[in-house]
Design a protein around this ligand. Sequence first.
Ligand SMILES: Nc1ncnc2c1ncn2[C@@H]1O[C@H](COP(=O)(O)OP(=O)(O)OP(=O)(O)O)[C@@H](O)[C@H]1O
Length: 271
Amino acid sequence: MDMTDLEARVGAGRAIGPVILDLKNISLSFGGVKALTDISFDVKQHEIRAIIGPNGAGKSSMLNVINGVYRPQQGEIVLRGATRKNMDCYAAAKAGVARTFQNIALFKGMTVLDNIMTGRNLKMKSNFLMQALYIGPARREEIAHREKVEEIIDFLEIQAIRKTPVGRLPYGLQKRVELGRALAAEPEILLLDEPMAGMNVEEKQDMCRFILDVNDQFGTTIVLIEHDMGVVMDISDRVVVLDYGKKIGDGTPDEVRNNQNVINAYLGVAH
Ligand SMILES: Nc1ncnc2c1ncn2[C@@H]1O[C@H](COP(=O)(O)OP(=O)(O)OP(=O)(O)O)[C@@H](O)[C@H]1O
């Protein structure tokens, strides 16, 4: 798939739904460092929403607020109508939010299959003892989970490496496995922190295709941070731009591209 196909697909009349995640006036600081100042933006069901901005702009902090790693000092998070002052990681996972990380966070010594299986943890109902003894419901459950994991492995076209320890794989494939682990949770909202960082052109195109396919085939809403501007503009429905922890732009790729504040931030014009 080349970039022209991607552009055509984004414009192909996908059904974007109502707002499912609404961030309202979020402020977060670490001691004296203001990571986020009064940030508001929303995410609609089924859209691909990008967060961009120069280094240190607050992008990862924003994802960490959404999935409950960081607790903002001010603001509200409205997830499918439920308003919270902050999320916690467990509540976020239960509510269908999954994420990948900027630096790959996989179990390097474990196989691809087992790493993706760890993404099913929250879905497992049988208790530890039953699982250890591998009896009754635990056995049936394990089989059902394995089937789901195999589906994901087929979807991501990584059948050939399913038994390979993750640490032996090239970086691009490790990123794909990390996506697989997040998908194993069957998320409604998927947060991707620089899914294409460190990849070559071919790996980036593959990852783009998988992100678009996840969005299309599973109906997953996607919030992503990405530095590659070409990729962001090609695959996103809407883009929010942060700079020094403040929101300086929000809109379609075209609107953002033509926003003078955004242009200045990227050209490094003094504030
Ligand atoms: N846990 C933390 N403790 C202290 N300061 C932090 C912490 N996390 C982030 N910050 C600070 O908050 C600001 C925003 O950082 P953040 O990592 O969110 O930016 P970013 O846009 O994701 O940057 P990059 O593109 O470099 O990953 C930075 O000044 C950073 O140093």
